[in-house]
Design a protein around this ligand. Structure first.
Ligand SMILES: Nc1ncnc2c1ncn2[C@@H]1O[C@H](COP(=O)(O)OP(=O)(O)OP(=O)(O)O)[C@@H](O)[C@H]1O
Length: 274
């Protein structure tokens, strides 16, 4: 059984525009999936289908073998956590702690359990010391961490994140990448949307390329070295693939041994090309 099965899904917004067109996709358990595509490709719309926030006009979505419908959405949300693109759409309580406790409370956890899962989730995202602050006063990156903690506290087996790295500083991105890796080691299936092919190449084991609401291709992360697909999805080659393409000798040990000299030579190669 797959973690997620999407069959022939079409989704139409009020303006009659098909944001997803006859999309079929299977996500195995424990996968790390990066969904890539240009602005307006349908990435967020697709992710919103995975916890029942949106229900397809045509086609179906199943989570761990259970059909996702308006009726089943609430119970399925225990298993699928969705972190929104903008934390301001998710974080709204008076304190950080109350915000993270909101989901567990809705799942009817006891106060003791809430104490435990909220403490662990806030510790996990490095926000425990801010637990009594008002989310309103936090920085964007801190709010994003609180939004992630709120989802984590509910203990979902599948975690969906809409552009989790957006607007985070490099240290914040590293922290989130580390968290994602840790959750995956714990057996969680993780799907995220991103515009960053370099991050996708270094993190994902499966990639899904979308454009104009259509699935271009889905498969192993190796797809990210195939320029044919990247061009169709308006994406760049990951930087490592670009370098190897520029100087095939790279593979044959002709670079300066000194790290600084080697990096300078590679920067120059990329600059000359741009
Ligand atoms: N509420 C809405 N009403 C009407 N059309 C919408 C709505 N939300 C999104 N769309 C349209 O649906 C299409 C897919 O949008 P979506 O936000 O899913 O794309 P995306 O790949 O996540 O884009 P981005 O990379 O910019 O976040 C776009 O053409 C968008 O204009």
């Amino acid at each position: 059984m797959n973690a997620i099965e999407i069959k022939n899904v079409t989704y139409r917004y009020q303006n009659n525009m098909d944001a997803l067109k006859d999309l079929t996709l299977r996500i195995p358990h424990g996968a790390k999936v990066a969904i890539l595509g240009p602005n307006g490709a349908g990435k967020s719309t697709l992710l919103h289908h995975l916890n029942g926030l949106k229900i397809p006009n045509e086609g179906s979505v199943s989570i761990m073998g259970n059909p996702l419908t308006k009726k089943t959405a609430l119970s399925i949300r225990k298993h699928v956590g969705l972190v929104f693109q903008d934390p301001d759409d998710q974080v709204f309580s008076e304190t950080v702690w109350e915000d993270v406790a909101f989901g567990p409370r809705n799942l009817a956890m006891t106060e003791e359990e809430i104490e435990e899962v909220c403490g662990a989730a806030l510790g996990n995202v490095g926000m425990l010391e801010h637990k009594d602050r008002a989310p309103y006063h936090l920085s964007y990156g801190q709010k994003k961490r609180v939004a992630i903690a709120g989802i984590l506290a509910m203990g979902p087996e599948i975690v969906i994140l809409d552009e989790p790295m957006g607007f985070l500083d490099p240290a914040g991105q590293d922290d989130i990448a580390g968290l994602l890796q840790g959750w995956n080691y714990m057996g969680k299936t993780i799907l995220l949307s991103t515009h960053d092919v370099n991050f996708a190449a270094s993190w994902a084991d499966m990639v899904v390329l979308l454009k104009n609401g259509e699935l271009l291709v889905a498969g192993n992360v190796d797809l990210l070295v195939e320029e044919k697909w990247l061009r169709k999805a308006d994406l760049h080659l990951p930087i490592i693939a670009r370098l190897f393409k520029l100087i095939p000798e790279l593979a044959t040990d002709t670079l300066p041994k000194n790290e600084f000299e080697a990096s300078r030579m590679l920067f120059k190669l990329l600059n000359d090309q741009d």
